[in-house]
Design a protein around this ligand. Structure first.
Ligand code: C2G
Length: 130
């Protein structure tokens, strides 16, 4: 069983996120999503998500590609997670290209092309104009 992991905030869930999750799952058999907590978002990413961690977690768990959701509480938990969850493949959108190559000593690292034109911040901007 090939185990895949990916990380993110997944706020205002949209088709770009779904495209990522679908391709991430297709890399293996079991997909773990490490979901940024509200505290991590605020303290480390400087962003406040619209939906709470629990709401974002429930939405991710409803997606057929997602097998498990764990909290992302720190930038540096990835190496530990790879061991703890026996991960074979780490994957992220290619806006992170190269940033996690240090994990190559532990698992395969795959950067997937982002879906163009859509982002949570774009959605917020568009809605603000209406
Ligand atoms: N994504 C995508 N296409 C988009 C928007 C997002 O492929 N149009 C991907 C991102 O590349 C990322 C995932 O969807 O792999 C989640 O995106 P975000 O919630 O924006 O995640 P981010 O804020 O980049 O947090 O430790 C890593 C961080 O938690 C990643």
């Amino acid at each position: 069983m090939k185990r895949v992991i990916t990380y993110g905030t997944f706020d205002l869930l949209h088709y770009g996120h779904i495209n990522l999750l679908r391709r991430a799952k297709a890399l293996g058999d079991y997909l773990i999503v490490a979901l940024s907590t509200d505290e991590f978002n605020w303290n480390s990413k400087g962003k406040k998500s619209y939906f709470s961690y629990e709401e974002r977690k429930a939405m991710l768990e409803a997606i057929r590609y997602v097998d498990m959701v764990i909290p992302e509480v720190a930038w540096d938990q990835k190496a530990t997670d790879v061991e703890k969850y026996d991960v074979d493949i780490f994957t992220m959108g290619d806006d992170w290209e190269g940033k996690f190559d240090f994990l190559k000593s532990q698992c395969e690292v795959v950067y997937l092309p982002r879906t163009p034109e859509i982002s949570s911040s774009q959605i917020k901007q568009d809605l603000a104009k209406k």
